[in-house]
Every structure is written in structure tokens, then in C-alpha cells.
Design a protein. Structure first.
Length: 383
């Protein structure tokens, strides 16, 4: 609770002040589960990693096929797969699960003592493999392959105090250059890598020569009014020019003191959206996630909840594939999908980004209509 409190507490208090007041009409819960999916980091051999992924492919539909959202979609799982542990066999299996309609694969990376040039090459190479070899990752309307990103060890933009597990201050620019549509790393509290922006959907830029570019940014506004800096190579008036020049989007998950789970029965513990066996997705937690009211400014009726887990950790398996997750989906349907007060929308990270972009462009109504608004579905879905 108190680790890195100087980083997150002021931002949390600001987020409380901007929570939307009670909104009229139906509200929409846009729910995304992002998994730091690391089979090789949690297996003793390559064969064990492949076996672990195959078990996921077999068991995930059994755990989720009984549930659908207001659009008739199954629960969606976004597998952020580590670039440094590429395995064609593992990714072929995940592509099969995604083709069946259960989720998508995006980019995860652990790196240290890196350079901007090497990072750029690493990301491009991995995206080429995901898209070219497995039909994963979507394209935008210009035909460019795009991806979502989570930084390993939370160290985006060299944000650790010791400078370890990254090395690249200019990471946001490299991500943008290589086709990243949004970063999904945060929250990271109680880690000191936590940005000062909390419970926010915002755009941020690197700080030249300094780390922690994601620390502060501009909240995303509805109706396409996000300022666009000039660029000599692209016209600001063209859609492509606006996209290339706009700072990188960061979509955060919930972060808040949890007074329902106390240490020594006195102090609140910190809720950061991490799903584990020790801290499963109980109804009380779900309500706390929703209460943070993460939204695009000017579109308060669309509430974004992005939670995360480490699905290949053996101890988390029951929380994601067992009875606890089934109860989570039952509660989501009961409390947030009555069709009047709430409608539930299961989304992947890419779809959550597309809905944010639709809100930014002033779209309204049913957010489920905008799942493919800017970045299309991966090609393996069309085979």
C-alpha cells in the first residue's frame, strides 16, 4: 500500500475528482483481460512450455463457452506473448485458440541494457513473425501491421529507479514508430515504476534524455479534439498524418485502496487489477474496478476495465480457468448486463483500443459496434 505512494496517491485523488457523476441511460462496461503470458518463463523446458500452451488451448473454451456478453461474444483473453521467447509451436497453438473466437495475441517484452535501435529491430522482427508466420496482429486502413504492448517488469521508458530492465528512455517513440497502437503496461503500483497518471486513458511522449516518459500526459477527449503536434513529413489534415503525429495512447487498468481487504485489519491493501489464486476476481473486486470510472473524457457512459494476470504461473491457473473465473463471469452478467442499467462487452486489447478511438472521434451509442474501428481483426480470423 505505501510503496511508491508518492507516485500513485496524488494521481489517484485526481482520478476520484474526475469520476463521472451519475449518467442517464444505459452504461456500458468494456471488459478486457490482459495476460502477461510467459510459458517459457514458467516451464523447465521448451517441451513443457508447449504442453502448457496446449493445456490452455484445451481448457480455456471449457471455462468460458457458457458465457456471452450483450453482443453474443465469448469472454476474450489477450495473450501478451514475450518477444524474447518466440516459439513457433506455442504461437501456432495460441493462433488456433484465437481463430476459435477466444482472444488475440499481442506483444510483451522483457529487455535490459537495451538501445533504441536494437529495441526497434526486436519489435519489428517479432511483429513480422507474429503476422507473417501465424496470421496474428491486425492491420490498419493503410495496411500497416499494428500491435498492443506490455513492458516486462513494468519498466516502460526506463522507469525503474535503478535503470534496470529497459535502458531506452525514448521507448514511447520507438513503440509508435514500429506500429504500436497502445501501451497496456499500467498500473504497476506498488512498483516504483508506477506513473503519476492513475485510472486514466491518456497520450504521452518521451522526455528527451530523461526516463519515465509515461509519467504524465494528456487525457483523451471525445470528439477528436486531442491536440496534434506538427510534423514536417506528414500533413496534419490527413487521417494518416493525425495518427502518426499523435502521442502514443496508454490505457490503464484500475488502481485504488481496497478497504474491503485490510492488512492487520486496519490499513487498506492496494487494488491494482491483478488476478491471482490468492486474490481472485471476486464480486467485491469487480465492483471496485468499475467504480474507478475509467473513461474517455466526454463519454462517461463507456466504462473501461482492463485487468491483468500472469496466466502461465501455476498458482494462477485456477483463478483463470476454474470455478473462480466462472463465478466472475456469472457476476458480470448478473450485475453489469441487465440491458437497462448496464450492458457488458468482452473485448480484446485491440478492440478496447478501437473503442477508445471511436470515442475520441465522437462516436456514441453501442461501443460493441466499434471493435474493428481502426485496426482490423488478425488475418488468421478470416482463414
Amino acid at each position: 500500500m505505501f510503496r511508491a505512494i508518492d507516485k500513485w496517491l496524488p494521481g489517484y485523488l485526481r482520478s476520484v475528482c474526475r469520476r463521472p457523476a451519475k449518467t442517464a441511460g444505459t452504461r456500458h462496461l468494456i471488459f478486457c483481460l490482459s495476460d502477461h503470458f510467459e510459458p517459457h518463463g514458467n516451464a523447465s523446458s521448451c517441451g513443457d512450455a508447449v504442453r502448457l500452451v496446449r493445456e490452455w488451448v484445451e481448457e480455456y473454451p471449457q471455462a468460458t463457452d457458457a458465457f456471452t456478453d450483450s453482443d453474443g461474444r465469448f469472454p476474450q483473453h489477450t495473450f501478451f506473448y514475450p518477444a524474447e521467447a518466440y516459439s513457433a509451436e506455442c504461437l501456432d497453438n495460441l493462433a488456433l485458440l484465437c481463430k476459435q473466437g477466444h482472444g488475440e495475441v499481442e506483444v510483451h517484452l522483457h529487455h535490459r541494457n537495451d538501445t533504441a535501435d536494437n529495441l526497434r529491430a526486436t519489435l519489428c522482427d517479432f511483429c513480422d513473425k507474429l503476422h507473417g508466420n501465424h496470421g496474428l496482429l491486425g492491420r490498419d486502413e493503410g495496411g500497416r501491421v499494428r500491435y498492443g504492448f506490455i513492458h516486462g517488469n513494468w519498466a516502460l521508458c526506463n522507469s525503474r529507479p535503478d535503470g534496470d530492465w529497459c535502458g531506452v528512455n525514448e521507448e514511447l517513440a520507438v513503440l509508435k514508430q514500429t506500429g504500436c497502437y497502445a501501451d497496456f503496461t499500467f498500473p504497476s503500483a506498488p512498483s516504483p515504476t508506477q506513473p503519476r497518471m492513475v485510472n486514466a486513458i491518456y497520450r504521452a511522449e518521451d522526455r528527451p534524455g530523461r526516463p519515465r516518459g509515461a509519467d504524465r500526459g494528456k487525457l483523451v477527449q471525445a470528439s477528436g479534439q486531442t491536440p496534434v503536434p506538427p510534423h514536417p513529413a506528414l500533413s496534419r489534415r490527413s487521417p494518416e498524418g493525425r495518427r502518426r503525429n499523435t502521442p502514443l495512447l496508454l490505457i490503464q487498468g484500475p488502481l485504488a485502496p481496497d478497504w474491503g481487504r485490510r492488512k492487520w485489519r486496519i490499513l487498506p491493501r492496494l487494488e491494482n487489477g491483478d488476478i491471482t489464486n490468492v486474490n481472485p476476481p471476486l464480486p467485491r473486486r469487480i465492483d471496485l474496478w468499475v467504480r474507478q470510472g475509467i473513461h474517455v473524457m466526454g463519454r462517461p457512459e463507456w466504462v473501461f476495465v482492463k485487468v491483468f494476470s500472469h496466466g502461465c504461473v501455476a498458482g494462477n491457473r485456477e483463478a483463470l480457468l476454474g470455478e473462480r473465473m466462472r463465478r466472475c463471469h456469472e457476476y458480470l452478467a448478473e450485475a453489469y448486463d441487465d440491458g437497462k442499467r448496464w450492458r457488458l462487452h468482452y473485448v480484446t486489447a485491440r478492440e478496447m483500443y478501437n473503442i477508445v478511438r471511436a470515442a475520441e472521434d465522437g462516436k456514441a451509442g453501442n461501443p460493441g459496434e466499434y471493435r474493428d474501428y481502426e485496426v482490423a481483426r488478425p488475418e488468421c480470423f478470416h482463414v
